[in-house]
Design a protein around this ligand. Structure first.
Ligand code: COA
Length: 153
């Protein structure tokens, strides 16, 4: 079941983040995002166990689809535990959060960065309608490149 995250979920969310991604953050980072953008912060739970999460923030910037200033949502982190993948859970998380970014925070587009080598995630985002915008060279701390992707809402 997808539901909005609660403050008490943060330890489990941090655990999933550490198990699944190289980008790990201190607790206050998760709390600050939760405090400001809780309506676009979702978890997947089954029988009391968290299987995945998505957290997002809002920002302003030049559109990736034309020369204008837009309010855009930014997917900061999304992950599903290894034993529960390929069941559409990330799809649900992304669909719920992009909808919330548009309806609750008035986002006109949603962007994200993903490692250019993370083909499962790139395939997932493309299936959901995200477009490849450009490569961000040496975006990650270990020098890896990111693919910037975006979708219009
Ligand atoms: N290989 C190829 N395509 C894949 C894939 C894989 N390993 N994983 C997902 N996809 C594509 C497929 O098109 C899939 O549809 P299908 O299963 O009908 O073929 C579609 O994405 C939807 O996948 P879904 O089941 O919703 O994704 P998921 O719940 O398995 O989660 C990730 C996908 C990327 C979130 C998950 O693999 C993960 O947590 N990875 C580690 C963290 C991470 O990389 N996060 C993204 C950082 S930007």
């Amino acid at each position: 079941m997808v539901r909005q995250a609660e403050p008490t979920d943060i330890p489990d969310i941090m655990q999933i983040n550490q198990e699944t991604l190289p980008e790990n953050y201190p607790e206050h980072f998760f709390r600050e995002i939760f405090d400001r953008y809780s309506k676009a912060f979702f978890v997947i739970e089954t029988e009391g166990k968290l299987l995945g999460y998505i957290m997002c923030r809002m920002e302003g910037g030049v559109s990736n689809f034309g020369l204008r200033w837009v309010r855009r949502g930014h997917i900061v982190s999304v992950a599903v535990l290894p034993g529960y993948r390929r069941h559409g859970l990330a799809t649900q998380l992304i669909q719920e959060s992009t909808k919330a970014l548009a309806t609750e925070y008035n986002a006109k587009e949603v962007i994200l960065e993903v490692r250019t080598t993370n083909l499962p995630a790139i395939k997932l985002y493309e299936k959901l309608g995200f477009q490849r915008i450009r490569t961000l060279n040496a975006y990650y701390r270990n020098g890896e490149n990111a693919q910037l992707m975006a979708i219009q809402m």
